[in-house]
Design a binder for this molecule. Structure first.
Ligand code: SAM
Ligand code: SF4
Length: 477
């Protein structure tokens, strides 16, 4: 990112009308297509440090009770029976279902050690099981895990709860869905990635459309809300035409939400990606054409581009929350739920509680060893400074609303926001000249092109970035 030495200029609002029509400027996208954080958190995980201890987390849990904020629980199930070559998630390849039992025991210890610092009256508004593949667990194990979560935290049966699970359609059937519904899940997300047989072969994920379709039909019949499908663009052998064919079929399937992730190819970090032949990957031009076609096809089909990789039907709660200015950014992407304290359970999981982030180790044996000694497994984290909290708010509003109301920020934080952020705003002058943003009074508004490059705009407000290497982040587009 072109971060120049910040000039401490006072803010002078340049009032300009935002372009109303999306203009696809390929040269501009290429110029801004650098690496950058996805801002599922601010500061990002690269700022976490190892002096942060389990007791820093438990103190934050206790401080957080004063707010009575609702809770959001994330449970990481790391196991996958078969590894997809593109995968950048924290997962363990195994066909041994016996591994799940000792893992569930450790999860339960972690829940006990966490819950004893929390007021029991705090409602669990959100629950998310991610992975890996949560449906690696047997039906009994899933039931058992829900019982333990309920015993430790008290789960909700309120219709406005948001209880979601990531499902690999190759690892689930209609019975799984019925069981999940009886356990209280009301939202599901299905991994699809691409429907072309040639692409599926190259990524080691053979998943005929029928598998996804049958689950979707059953999910609709059972009344699951906001069904999401994950797709990835930039995979081997994808072309604009082939991906358009996948999208045409996906649009027919009519999911309420769609994630269209940009393939993050970092074989130095993710070993399975070394099985992908780089010569088979679409070139930059082709990738941009795929992205452009995806946005055009999905918006023509009535989807709202929420931001980054996320699309939703206009009547879906994500799109409604965005229109109402109440959308939230979290580790899963976006959420329509008001800010909760997030408790991350399991290997690699991250908690966001009060003013801290706390992360568990990515290594299973290290995670299990800590819990066997009766301790929480936190290995890194961060307590946010007052400046971090202000910047987190601003970056989150930009990522969610595609605009920042500096007058509101001034009020909320008792600062003179234009002056406070003068260096950041000065850094954005080129982006303004290039038509990525405009101002209406004290509102900074991302234009349609700016929405596409929203990470770039957010990076201007990131005070931690100058000390970090861009190499560890994925490409913006
Ligand atoms: C934990 S997986 C979803 C659940 C289940 N394991 C499955 O694959 O169906 C989360 C999602 O991350 C996305 N993903 C994984 N690796 C990625 C990468 N390298 N670049 C972009 N997206 C990726 C995929 O779309 C995948 O569906
Ligand atoms: S994409 Fe899902 S199923 Fe494939 S390896 Fe990653 S976590 Fe496992």
């Amino acid at each position: 990112m072109p971060v120049h030495a910040p000039a401490a200029l006072p803010f002078t609002p340049a009032v300009a009308a935002a372009p109303t029509q999306p203009v696809w400027d390929e040269a501009l996208i290429r110029r801004y297509d650098t690496s950058g954080p996805r801002y599922t958190s601010y500061p990002t995980a690269l700022s976490f440090h190892e002096q942060f201890t389990p007791s820093d987390l438990t103190q934050a849990l206790e401080r957080s009770n004063a707010s009575s904020r609702p809770l959001s629980l994330y449970v990481h199930i790391p196991f996958c029976r078969k590894i997809c070559f593109y995968c950048a998630c924290n997962k363990i390849a195994t066909k041994n279902t016996g591994l799940a039992e000792p893992y569930l025991t450790r999860l339960d210890r972690e829940m006990v050690l966490t819950a004893r610092h929390l007021e029991t009256s705090r409602p669990v508004k959100q629950l998310h099981w991610g992975g890996g593949t949560p449906t690696f667990l047997s039906l009994n194990q899933m039931g058992d895990l829900i019982d333990r979560l309920d015993a430790r935290f008290g789960l909700s049966s309120s219709p406005d709860r948001d209880y979601a699970i990531e499902i690999d359609p190759r690892e689930a059937d209609v019975f799984t869905l019925r069981h999940l519904q009886s356990l209280g899940f009301n939202r599901i997300s299905l991994g699809v990635q691409d429907l072309s047989p040639q692409v599926q072969k190259a990524i080691n994920r053979i998943q005929p459309r029928g598998l996804t379709e049958t689950l979707m039909e059953e999910a609709h019949r059972l009344g699951f809300r906001s069904l999401n499908l994950d797709l990835i663009y930039g995979l081997p052998f994808q072309t604009e035409k082939s991906f358009a064919d996948t999208l045409r079929q996906v649009i027919e399937l009519n999911p309420a939400r769609l994630s269209v992730f940009n393939y993050a190819h970092m074989p130095e970090r993710f070993t399975p990606q070394r099985r992908i032949n780089e010569d088979d990957l679409p070139g930059r031009e082709e990738k941009l054409a795929i992205l452009r076609t995806s946005i055009e096809m999905l918006t023509a089909a009535g989807y709202v581009h929420i931001g980054m990789d996320h699309f939703a039907r206009p009547d879906d709660s994500l799109a409604i929350a965005q229109r109402e200015g109440t959308l939230q950014r979290n580790f899963q992407g976006y959420s329509s739920h008001a800010q909760c304290d997030l408790i991350g359970l399991g290997v690699s999981a991250i908690s966001r509680v009060e003013d801290v982030y706390a992360q568990n180790p990515s290594d299973l044996s290290r995670y299990e060893a800590a819990l066997d000694q009766g301790q929480l497994a936190t290995v890194r984290g961060l307590r946010l400074s007052h400046d971090d909290l202000i910047r987190r708010d601003v970056i989150e509003r930009l990522m969610c609303d595609m605009r920042i109301d500096l007058a509101e920020v001034s009020q909320r934080w008792h600062i003179d926001a234009p002056r406070y952020f003068a260096p950041a705003l000065a850094r954005l002058q080129n982006a303004e000249k290039d038509g990525l943003l405009s101002y209406e009074g004290e509102q900074l508004i991302a234009t349609p092109m700016g929405r596409l490059l929203i990470r770039h705009l957010a990076m201007a407000f990131d005070a931690h970035l100058p000390g970090q290497s861009g190499q560890r982040y994925s490409k913006i587009v």
